[in-house]
Design a binder for this molecule. Structure first.
Ligand SMILES: O=c1[nH]c(=O)c2[nH]c(=O)[nH]c2[nH]1
Length: 281
Protein backbone atom coordinates (compact mmCIF):
# COMPACT_ATOMS: atom_id res chain seq x y z
CA UNK A 1 0.00 0.00 0.00
CA UNK A 2 1.60 3.28 -1.13
CA UNK A 3 0.79 6.76 0.12
CA UNK A 4 1.55 10.14 -1.34
CA UNK A 5 3.76 11.59 1.38
CA UNK A 6 4.38 15.03 -0.12
CA UNK A 7 4.24 16.75 -3.46
CA UNK A 8 4.99 20.01 -5.20
CA UNK A 9 5.44 21.04 -8.81
CA UNK A 10 6.15 24.08 -10.90
CA UNK A 11 8.38 25.51 -13.60
CA UNK A 12 12.17 25.87 -13.35
CA UNK A 13 14.57 28.08 -15.27
CA UNK A 14 12.02 30.56 -16.59
CA UNK A 15 14.16 33.31 -18.09
CA UNK A 16 13.17 36.92 -18.54
CA UNK A 17 14.87 40.20 -19.40
CA UNK A 18 13.17 43.50 -18.64
CA UNK A 19 14.32 46.69 -20.35
CA UNK A 20 13.09 49.74 -18.47
CA UNK A 21 13.05 52.49 -21.10
CA UNK A 22 13.17 55.82 -19.28
CA UNK A 23 13.55 57.47 -22.69
CA UNK A 24 14.81 56.39 -26.12
CA UNK A 25 18.36 55.88 -24.96
CA UNK A 26 18.42 55.85 -21.15
CA UNK A 27 17.61 52.37 -19.88
CA UNK A 28 17.79 50.15 -16.82
CA UNK A 29 17.74 46.38 -17.21
CA UNK A 30 16.94 43.39 -15.03
CA UNK A 31 17.63 39.81 -16.19
CA UNK A 32 16.30 36.95 -14.08
CA UNK A 33 15.86 33.21 -14.10
CA UNK A 34 12.97 31.92 -11.98
CA UNK A 35 12.18 28.61 -10.31
CA UNK A 36 8.57 28.38 -9.08
CA UNK A 37 7.15 25.54 -6.98
CA UNK A 38 3.48 25.23 -6.05
CA UNK A 39 1.96 23.37 -3.07
CA UNK A 40 -1.68 22.74 -2.31
CA UNK A 41 -4.71 20.60 -2.83
CA UNK A 42 -3.11 18.70 -5.68
CA UNK A 43 -3.16 15.09 -4.48
CA UNK A 44 -5.90 14.24 -6.96
CA UNK A 45 -3.53 14.78 -9.85
CA UNK A 46 -1.20 12.09 -8.46
CA UNK A 47 -3.79 9.66 -7.12
CA UNK A 48 -6.21 9.76 -10.05
CA UNK A 49 -6.45 10.89 -13.65
CA UNK A 50 -8.02 14.17 -12.54
CA UNK A 51 -5.92 17.11 -13.78
CA UNK A 52 -8.43 19.77 -12.77
CA UNK A 53 -6.27 21.09 -9.90
CA UNK A 54 -3.17 21.50 -12.06
CA UNK A 55 -2.29 25.01 -13.10
CA UNK A 56 -0.13 23.98 -16.09
CA UNK A 57 3.57 24.68 -15.69
CA UNK A 58 3.26 26.45 -19.04
CA UNK A 59 0.85 28.89 -17.35
CA UNK A 60 3.38 29.31 -14.54
CA UNK A 61 5.95 30.33 -17.17
CA UNK A 62 3.50 32.75 -18.80
CA UNK A 63 2.71 34.22 -15.38
CA UNK A 64 6.36 35.13 -14.82
CA UNK A 65 6.50 36.88 -18.20
CA UNK A 66 3.18 38.67 -17.58
CA UNK A 67 4.17 39.83 -14.09
CA UNK A 68 7.59 40.94 -15.39
CA UNK A 69 5.82 43.13 -17.94
CA UNK A 70 3.54 44.75 -15.38
CA UNK A 71 5.67 44.84 -12.22
CA UNK A 72 9.38 44.03 -12.62
CA UNK A 73 11.71 46.96 -12.10
CA UNK A 74 15.28 46.56 -10.89
CA UNK A 75 14.54 44.90 -7.54
CA UNK A 76 14.69 41.10 -7.71
CA UNK A 77 13.50 40.57 -4.11
CA UNK A 78 10.38 42.75 -4.55
CA UNK A 79 9.55 40.76 -7.69
CA UNK A 80 9.90 37.44 -5.81
CA UNK A 81 7.34 38.73 -3.31
CA UNK A 82 4.99 39.84 -6.11
CA UNK A 83 5.16 36.38 -7.73
CA UNK A 84 4.23 34.42 -4.58
CA UNK A 85 1.47 36.89 -3.68
CA UNK A 86 0.06 36.55 -7.20
CA UNK A 87 -0.17 32.74 -7.10
CA UNK A 88 -1.72 32.61 -3.62
CA UNK A 89 -4.14 35.42 -4.51
CA UNK A 90 -5.29 33.89 -7.79
CA UNK A 91 -5.57 30.18 -6.96
CA UNK A 92 -7.47 29.38 -3.71
CA UNK A 93 -6.54 25.67 -3.89
CA UNK A 94 -2.83 26.48 -3.56
CA UNK A 95 -1.50 26.47 0.00
CA UNK A 96 2.03 27.65 -0.62
CA UNK A 97 4.46 28.93 -3.20
CA UNK A 98 8.24 28.84 -3.31
CA UNK A 99 10.13 31.08 -5.69
CA UNK A 100 13.83 31.45 -6.37
CA UNK A 101 15.05 34.22 -8.66
CA UNK A 102 18.64 34.24 -9.88
CA UNK A 103 19.95 37.43 -11.42
CA UNK A 104 22.43 38.00 -14.19
CA UNK A 105 23.63 41.35 -12.91
CA UNK A 106 24.23 43.95 -15.62
CA UNK A 107 26.36 46.86 -14.42
CA UNK A 108 26.30 50.17 -16.29
CA UNK A 109 29.51 50.87 -18.26
CA UNK A 110 31.51 53.97 -17.45
CA UNK A 111 32.68 55.68 -20.65
CA UNK A 112 35.08 58.65 -20.41
CA UNK A 113 34.21 58.89 -16.71
CA UNK A 114 30.43 58.99 -17.26
CA UNK A 115 27.81 56.29 -16.71
CA UNK A 116 26.60 55.10 -20.11
CA UNK A 117 22.81 55.26 -20.59
CA UNK A 118 22.34 51.81 -22.18
CA UNK A 119 25.61 49.80 -22.26
CA UNK A 120 26.35 47.29 -19.52
CA UNK A 121 28.91 44.70 -18.46
CA UNK A 122 28.13 41.46 -16.65
CA UNK A 123 29.05 41.88 -12.96
CA UNK A 124 30.07 38.26 -12.82
CA UNK A 125 31.56 37.83 -9.34
CA UNK A 126 28.90 35.56 -7.89
CA UNK A 127 25.25 34.99 -8.69
CA UNK A 128 22.77 37.13 -6.74
CA UNK A 129 19.50 35.43 -5.86
CA UNK A 130 16.31 35.96 -3.87
CA UNK A 131 13.87 33.44 -2.45
CA UNK A 132 10.29 33.88 -1.32
CA UNK A 133 8.42 31.10 0.50
CA UNK A 134 4.85 31.93 1.42
CA UNK A 135 2.48 29.36 2.97
CA UNK A 136 -1.03 30.32 4.02
CA UNK A 137 -1.27 30.73 7.79
CA UNK A 138 2.50 30.87 8.25
CA UNK A 139 4.97 33.72 8.46
CA UNK A 140 6.23 34.53 4.96
CA UNK A 141 9.95 34.06 4.35
CA UNK A 142 11.85 36.42 2.09
CA UNK A 143 15.60 36.20 1.55
CA UNK A 144 18.28 37.63 -0.66
CA UNK A 145 21.81 36.48 -1.19
CA UNK A 146 24.75 35.70 -3.40
CA UNK A 147 26.42 32.43 -4.41
CA UNK A 148 30.07 32.08 -5.29
CA UNK A 149 31.40 35.59 -4.60
CA UNK A 150 35.18 35.14 -4.84
CA UNK A 151 37.37 37.24 -2.52
CA UNK A 152 41.03 36.89 -1.60
CA UNK A 153 43.60 38.61 0.57
CA UNK A 154 47.31 37.96 0.35
CA UNK A 155 48.16 38.43 4.04
CA UNK A 156 46.55 39.25 7.42
CA UNK A 157 45.32 35.69 7.79
CA UNK A 158 46.66 32.79 9.82
CA UNK A 159 45.71 29.49 11.41
CA UNK A 160 47.42 28.26 14.58
CA UNK A 161 46.76 26.69 17.99
CA UNK A 162 44.33 24.14 16.55
CA UNK A 163 43.80 20.61 17.83
CA UNK A 164 46.94 18.55 17.28
CA UNK A 165 47.07 14.75 17.23
CA UNK A 166 49.23 12.04 15.63
CA UNK A 167 47.46 12.65 12.29
CA UNK A 168 48.22 16.39 12.22
CA UNK A 169 50.76 17.47 9.60
CA UNK A 170 49.53 21.04 8.98
CA UNK A 171 52.10 23.62 10.13
CA UNK A 172 50.74 26.63 12.01
CA UNK A 173 50.99 29.97 10.25
CA UNK A 174 50.37 33.63 10.98
CA UNK A 175 50.70 34.71 7.37
CA UNK A 176 48.78 32.95 4.63
CA UNK A 177 46.68 33.73 1.59
CA UNK A 178 42.97 33.62 2.41
CA UNK A 179 40.47 33.13 -0.41
CA UNK A 180 36.87 32.08 -0.32
CA UNK A 181 33.93 31.70 -2.66
CA UNK A 182 31.38 33.33 -0.37
CA UNK A 183 27.79 32.17 -0.39
CA UNK A 184 25.49 34.21 1.83
CA UNK A 185 21.74 34.37 2.26
CA UNK A 186 20.07 36.90 4.55
CA UNK A 187 16.47 36.84 5.71
CA UNK A 188 14.34 39.97 5.83
CA UNK A 189 12.36 40.50 9.04
CA UNK A 190 10.87 43.60 7.41
CA UNK A 191 9.12 42.68 4.16
CA UNK A 192 8.96 46.34 3.15
CA UNK A 193 12.71 46.89 3.53
CA UNK A 194 14.79 48.65 0.91
CA UNK A 195 16.05 45.36 -0.49
CA UNK A 196 18.66 46.69 -2.92
CA UNK A 197 20.20 49.01 -0.31
CA UNK A 198 20.24 46.14 2.21
CA UNK A 199 22.03 43.86 -0.28
CA UNK A 200 24.68 46.53 -0.88
CA UNK A 201 25.17 47.03 2.87
CA UNK A 202 25.55 43.30 3.59
CA UNK A 203 28.19 42.84 0.90
CA UNK A 204 29.99 46.00 2.01
CA UNK A 205 30.07 44.65 5.58
CA UNK A 206 31.49 41.34 4.33
CA UNK A 207 34.20 43.14 2.36
CA UNK A 208 35.04 45.43 5.27
CA UNK A 209 35.51 42.59 7.77
CA UNK A 210 37.43 40.47 5.26
CA UNK A 211 39.81 43.26 4.23
CA UNK A 212 40.41 45.08 7.50
CA UNK A 213 40.40 42.41 10.24
CA UNK A 214 43.18 39.89 10.85
CA UNK A 215 41.70 36.42 10.33
CA UNK A 216 42.75 33.77 12.88
CA UNK A 217 40.48 31.28 11.10
CA UNK A 218 37.79 31.19 8.43
CA UNK A 219 35.36 30.36 11.23
CA UNK A 220 36.12 33.59 13.12
CA UNK A 221 35.97 35.78 10.01
CA UNK A 222 32.67 34.20 8.97
CA UNK A 223 31.13 35.02 12.34
CA UNK A 224 32.44 38.60 12.28
CA UNK A 225 30.94 39.09 8.80
CA UNK A 226 27.56 37.89 10.06
CA UNK A 227 27.80 40.06 13.16
CA UNK A 228 28.59 43.24 11.21
CA UNK A 229 25.91 42.52 8.58
CA UNK A 230 23.26 42.20 11.33
CA UNK A 231 24.54 45.40 12.98
CA UNK A 232 24.53 47.41 9.74
CA UNK A 233 21.22 46.15 8.34
CA UNK A 234 18.44 46.25 10.94
CA UNK A 235 15.87 44.88 8.45
CA UNK A 236 17.50 41.42 8.38
CA UNK A 237 17.02 38.85 11.15
CA UNK A 238 19.57 36.18 10.24
CA UNK A 239 22.29 35.40 7.77
CA UNK A 240 23.54 32.03 6.55
CA UNK A 241 27.17 32.05 5.44
CA UNK A 242 29.17 29.44 3.55
CA UNK A 243 32.88 30.08 3.17
CA UNK A 244 34.88 27.34 1.49
CA UNK A 245 38.58 27.71 2.18
CA UNK A 246 40.09 28.03 -1.30
CA UNK A 247 43.60 26.87 -0.51
CA UNK A 248 46.84 28.19 -1.94
CA UNK A 249 49.57 25.74 -1.02
CA UNK A 250 53.12 26.82 -0.26
CA UNK A 251 55.57 25.42 -2.84
CA UNK A 252 58.99 24.11 -1.86
CA UNK A 253 61.34 25.55 -4.50
CA UNK A 254 64.58 24.59 -2.71
CA UNK A 255 65.39 22.05 -5.44
CA UNK A 256 65.10 24.90 -7.96
CA UNK A 257 67.59 26.95 -6.00
CA UNK A 258 64.95 29.24 -4.56
CA UNK A 259 63.88 29.48 -0.90
CA UNK A 260 61.14 27.14 0.38
CA UNK A 261 57.76 28.70 1.21
CA UNK A 262 58.44 31.59 -1.13
CA UNK A 263 56.06 33.95 -2.86
CA UNK A 264 55.08 31.29 -5.41
CA UNK A 265 51.99 29.34 -4.34
CA UNK A 266 49.91 26.59 -5.91
CA UNK A 267 46.20 27.41 -6.31
CA UNK A 268 44.08 24.29 -5.63
CA UNK A 269 40.45 23.37 -6.13
CA UNK A 270 40.19 20.21 -4.10
CA UNK A 271 39.92 19.11 -1.45
CA UNK A 272 38.76 22.31 0.21
CA UNK A 273 37.73 23.22 3.75
CA UNK A 274 34.02 24.00 4.07
CA UNK A 275 32.99 26.39 6.83
CA UNK A 276 29.31 27.18 7.31
CA UNK A 277 27.22 28.89 9.99
CA UNK A 278 23.98 30.76 10.52
CA UNK A 279 24.20 33.97 12.55
CA UNK A 280 20.97 35.34 13.99
CA UNK A 281 19.89 38.12 16.34
O1 LIG B 1 40.65 28.80 8.88
C1 LIG B 1 40.79 27.57 8.88
N1 LIG B 1 39.85 26.79 9.50
C2 LIG B 1 39.95 25.42 9.54
O2 LIG B 1 39.06 24.73 10.10
C3 LIG B 1 41.07 24.85 8.90
N2 LIG B 1 41.47 23.57 8.75
C4 LIG B 1 42.63 23.59 8.04
O3 LIG B 1 43.28 22.57 7.68
N3 LIG B 1 42.97 24.87 7.74
C5 LIG B 1 42.02 25.67 8.27
N4 LIG B 1 41.85 27.01 8.28
Amino acid sequence: MATLESNRYGKFRVRVMKVLRHDDSHHDVCELEADVLLHGDLAGSYLSDDNSSIVPTDTVKNTIHFLAHDHLETCRTSFAKIIVEHFLGKYPHLSGVEVELRERKWERMTINGSPHPHAFTHAANGEPFSRATFFRGQAPKLTSGIRGHLVMKSTQSGFADYNVCELTTLPPTTDRVFATRLTAEWEFADLTAGFIAADTEVLAAAHEVFATTYSPSVQRTLYQIGELALERVPEISRIELKMPNVHFLGLDLTKLGRPGQSCVLLPTDEPHGEIEAVIAR
